[in-house]
Design a protein around this ligand. Structure first.
Ligand SMILES: Nc1ncnc2c1ncn2[C@@H]1O[C@H](COP(=O)(O)OP(=O)(O)OP(=O)(O)O)[C@@H](O)[C@H]1O
Ligand SMILES: [Mg+2]
Length: 118
């Protein structure tokens, strides 16, 4: 399995456009099984594939923040080889709060602090 991350701190640089075209190209023209995961709170990756973010109950954000999620509930089939875990239009404050908490937990859980959890 290969993982391709399309990320750039600068906005409007074609991340979503490349994600949509690359995923479709790999799945539909090269026969690869593709799972796209939208980690952008705008939800544009899913919207490009006809997913309405307002209708979503299971988003990538929910998946990341759920306790013991069944990942299958979050995957939408777009075409037989092309699947997507879409994102809703999540409030950016929620995303920031989640990532700050996540980074804090990771820092606390670094090897030098492992005793903290024994
Ligand atoms: N190769 C290209 N040539 C010209 N225009 C492009 C190209 N790729 C993308 N664009 C256009 O640039 C704009 C920004 O593209 P896109 O939305 O994919 O960027 P993004 O990095 O996902 O933006 P955001 O940071 O808002 O998520 C869009 O209007 C898109 O149609
Ligand atoms: Mg984008």
């Amino acid at each position: 399995m290969k993982t391709i991350v399309l990320a750039n701190a600068k906005g409007g640089t074609g991340k979503t456009t490349v994600a949509v075209n690359l995923s479709a190209c790999l799945a539909l023209h090269h026969g690869k099984r593709v799972l796209g995961i939208d980690l952008d709170s705008q939800g544009n990756f899913g919207i490009s594939y006809g997913v309405d973010p307002r209708q979503l109950t299971h988003t990538a954000f929910h998946l990341l923040t759920a306790e013991a999620p069944d990942v299958r509930a979050y995957i939408k089939e777009i075409k037989p080889n092309l699947h997507l875990i879409p994102n809703g239009t999540v409030n950016l404050n929620k995303i920031c709060h989640f990532w700050i908490h996540y980074v804090e937990v990771r820092n606390i859980a670094s090897p030098s602090n492992c005793d903290h959890f024994r």
